[in-house]
Design a protein around this ligand. Structure first.
Ligand code: GCO
Ligand code: MG
Length: 408
């Protein structure tokens, strides 16, 4: 078999997506997700200008060889643009291989290790009542694990609060990228946040009891010692995880947080290679987390998660709306196959996205399943995609009260 064409499709149904569609001389097609929120066109150019010409004529079955070729022949290693582009190719090739085998992809990854994939949903509110309503809504949708994000008195716009995001031009339940000519400016005050958040978790536990798994995303905004304090303050509320409590370019910073708290820690959605995790995994400084679309695809993620498994560290694959249905399907096949599955983030896409991407995965009683169609079980309708051309959109950023730029 040979690759005859590879098309880079940039579309914006509800939000921007970058999709790669590879076609073989036997008529098989495979799709991969290369969406990098707010920097989509950089990946599209990397693919169209520098990767697609190298794919034509290659044997699509040689996935490991193609991965190594794209990673090493570029010379300039790592980085989100490069690794998202490699991920798009890798996932499309796995899709083709599984279709050629007539099996759902998870079968090629070792078969199912479980019957369903536990997912968490994003509840949020500007106050306790709105938050409780949002939690109830998610429970009614079937979610059995809930991420809790809340406004903070004294701060105008806080990451992850849907109603607040809407007031600032966001769309649907939660989508941080906005179709504004410049990144939106938000405000931040860590002391106010550290005072407020434990009171919110206390209220949620009192209302919903001890069983419900609860999560929270700190979105890289604390220093290590602030993160250590928050982890300690949240211990009574038994979190499933505290995510991205501090920026982790410096992996060693997590040693300090770890020494102070038993709250499980999740890190990795902005990482893109196993090297970003080396200290975190080897020293068991985190418990879960990672992303498929931004980490070089199934090939690289499988190696990363197998490495993590030796340290009893579990997966928690990134699944916000900026992961396309293609990237989500890739995550689900991995989730089903690996032994060290932890939890899967799952935010449902808007109606236009579902017009462009046909999907076979299901969400029932809080559990996801990738379905049993050969391949990934997801495809892109190229004509429908063409109805939704790219629209510039940016993620917001934060400033402190004195005007200093801060992590968002
Ligand atoms: C999450 C993430 C996202 C990111 C988004 C940026 O936990 O889902 O933090 O909400 O902010 O992926 O594009
Ligand atoms: Mg996050």
């Amino acid at each position: 078999m040979k690759i005859v064409t590879a098309d880079v499709i940039v579309s914006s149904p509800d939000r921007n997506f970058v999709t790669l569609r590879i076609t073989t001389d036997e008529g098989l097609t495979g799709v991969g997700d290369g969406t990098l929120n707010g920097r989509e066109l950089a990946v599209a150019s990397y693919l169209a200008d520098h990767v697609v010409p190298l794919l034509i004529g290659r044997d699509p079955h040689r996935i490991e060889d193609t991965w190594q070729f794209l990673y090493r022949s570029a010379y300039w290693r790592r980085g989100p643009v490069t690794m998202a582009a490699i991920a798009a190719v890798d996932v499309a090739l796995w899709d083709i291989k599984a279709k050629a085998a007539g099996m759902p992809l998870y079968q090629l990854l070792g078969g199912a290790s479980r019957t369903g994939i536990m997912a968490y949903g994003h509840a949020s509110g500007r106050d306790t009542q709105e938050l409780f309503d949002s939690i109830r809504k998610h429970l009614e949708l079937g979610y059995r694990s809930i991420r809790v994000q809340t406004s903070v008195p004294g701060i105008n716009a806080v990451y992850g609060v849907a109603a607040q995001a809407e007031a600032y031009g966001g769309r649907y339940d939660y989508e941080p990228a906005r179709r504004t000519p410049l990144p939106a400016e938000e405000d931040w005050d860590t002391r106010a946040y550290l005072r407020h958040l434990p009171t919110v978790f206390e209220a949620v536990r009192n209302e919903f009891g001890p069983e419900l798994p609860l999560l929270h995303d700190g979105h890289h905004r604390m220093t290590p010692i602030q993160a250590a304090r928050l982890g300690k303050d949240l211990e009574p509320y038994d979190l499933f995880w505290l995510e991205d409590c501090t920026p982790a370019e410096n992996q060693e910073a997590l040693r300090l947080v770890r020494q102070h708290t038993t709250t499980p820690l999740a890190i990795g959605e902005i990482f893109n290679t196993v090297w970003d995790y080396q200290t975190l995994i080897r020293e068991q400084l985190i418990d879960v987390r990672s992303a498929v679309t931004h980490t070089g695809g199934i090939t690289a993620m499988r190696k990363l998660l197998d490495f993590a498994a030796q340290y009893q560290i579990k997966s928690g694959i990134h699944g916000p709306t900026d992961i396309s249905p293609v990237g989500m399907a890739a995550a689900l096949h991995l989730d089903l196959a690996i032994h060290n599955f932890g939890i899967q983030e799952y935010m449902q896409h808007g109606p236009l996205t579902n017009e462009v991407f046909s999907q076979s995965f299901t969400f029932e009683n809080g559990y996801l399943h990738p379905g049993d169609e050969p391949g990934l079980g997801v495809d892109i309708d190229v004509e429908a995609a063409a109805r939704f051309p790219y629209q510039p959109a940016y993620l917001p950023f934060n400033r402190l009260k004195d005007g200093t730029v801060h992590d968002w």
